[in-house]
Ligand binder design. Structure first.
Ligand SMILES: [Zn+2]
Ligand SMILES: [Zn+2]
Length: 133
């Protein structure tokens, strides 16, 4: 993406209703690499109300965070449909951070906006711990 093009892009904000409903949707995205601490799947989450993305270790009682590397992000291979035209968005951003953009509509979304919050993921990991007892 050329610097002159970047300025043409606008961030797209999903409505609060939409964000709330998909954050409780049961499908979770697993990071391409297992957690460093326990070699368990890591679930992607939004880091404390920011545009950062981290993976939380799913070992019961752990939940330790590992930041998602740029390479790992590229390897996610997610299909994100443009909220305006429905075409598949590309994993290239006009601003820093992980997300997806549409060259036709000139808009972008942050991956973090599409993920559950860190607290929600920790609650999920904790509930597995209870079942183990
Ligand atoms: Zn762990
Ligand atoms: Zn579009």
């Amino acid at each position: 993406m050329r610097p002159s093009e970047r300025r043409l892009y606008e961030p797209y904000r999903f409505s609060l209703d939409v964000q709330t409903s998909w954050r409780t949707y049961p499908i979770r995205i697993v990071a391409p690499t297992p957690s460093r601490c326990h070699r368990k799947p890591s679930l992607l989450a939004q880091a404390s109300n920011s545009s950062f993305v981290e993976g939380a270790c799913t070992e019961p009682g752990c939940g330790r965070l590992t930041s998602l590397s740029a390479t790992a992000f590229k390897n996610l291979d997610l299909w994100v449909a443009c909220p305006r035209c429905g075409r598949r968005m590309v994993s290239e951003m006009p601003v820093s951070g992980y997300g997806f953009s549409c060259g036709t509509c000139r808009l972008y979304v942050f991956l973090a906006d599409l993920l559950p919050r860190h607290d929600d993921v920790l609650a999920l990991i904790r509930s597995q711990e209870m079942q183990k007892r």
